[in-house]
Design a binder for this molecule. Structure first.
Ligand code: KIV
Length: 273
């Protein structure tokens, strides 16, 4: 496997993401929730690190993203920010922290920015939350949108199937994407929608479109780190490319350690004082 060396070592900003889109340079984005992984992801040359509310599933073992709290997201955001030198860091506002009203949304976003020192926040949804997005943006906080499969609405959708296959939903998604750009969002994540629809949105909008399960004709890609490293072993959707089998590697290493302890092989005379 190759190591990647970014040409530009400067800190990534929302403006630089826009320039990347303009010159056709794809944007790479991955999640991280803790200091150790964020150090590795950032030093590998990542453009954007998302402190995703998928931490609810990956870190806390919940079946959905709904239970994670604002304080828990702030804990993850702070840990990641201690590690990151170059990547732009985006923290998800969790379910229930911005849908109530614009003031609640603003308070949550300000709390995240003040305590974590992250660069931006991400929210899920379109016209339904436009006033909240406007209020957050008016405080000078960069906002990333998220349309298509929005996991915070899983109880409304009823499944994690591909979204916007039907014309009405596709039309609403296109209108919402334009609205998010007009409001001033600096980028949008499109999750699990037909590739042709994602391509159309990316070509109509000037802001970067980051896809997950949305095909290759968008401005960048995002995956959940633990999924692409093979640490989330049961999760193998079609859009996921597996870059390592770390689940197997961890289990084999742990198994070897147990064997070494039980057979008195570890520690040996050079591993003691
Ligand atoms: O929380 C998350 O990890 C996300 C990505 C799937 C985009 O929102």
């Amino acid at each position: 496997m190759s190591t990647y060396q970014p040409e530009d070592s400067r800190k990534v900003t929302t403006h630089r993401l826009r320039e990347m889109k303009e010159r056709g340079e794809k944007i790479a984005m991955l999640t991280a929730y803790d200091y150790t992984m964020a150090t590795l992801v950032d030093s590998a040359g990542m453009d954007v690190i998302l402190v995703g509310d998928s931490a609810s599933n990956i870190m806390a073992g919940n079946t959905t993203t709904l239970p994670i709290t604002l304080d828990q997201m702030i804990y993850h955001g702070k840990s990641v920010m201690k590690a990151v030198k170059r990547a732009l860091v985006v923290v998800d506002l969790p379910f229930g922290s911005y849908q109530g009203n614009p003031m609640q949304a603003l308070d949550s976003a300000i709390k995240v920015m003040k305590i974590t020192h992250a660069d931006a926040i991400k929210v899920e949804g379109g016209s339904e939350i436009s006033e909240s997005i406007q209020r957050i943006l008016s405080a000078g906080i960069p906002v990333m949108g998220h349309l298509g499969l929005t996991p915070q609405s899983i109880n409304k959708f009823g499944s994690y199937n591909v979204r916007a296959r039907e014309e009405a939903e596709a039309k609403k998604l296109i209108a919402d994407a334009h609205l998010l750009e007009e409001l001033g969002c600096f980028a949008i994540v499109l999750e699990k929608i037909p590739a042709t629809l994602a391509e159309r949105v990316a070509s109509e909008l000037s802001i970067p479109i980051i896809g997950i399960g949305a095909g290759g004709n968008v401005d960048g890609q995002v995956l959940v780190l633990h999924d692409m490293l093979g640490l989330n072993e049961g999760f193998r959707p079609r859009f996921l490319r597996l870059y390592a089998e770390m689940g197997q590697a961890v289990r084999a290493s742990v198994g070897q350690y147990i064997t070494d302890v039980k057979t008195r092989d570890f520690p040996n005379s050079e591993e003691q004082y």
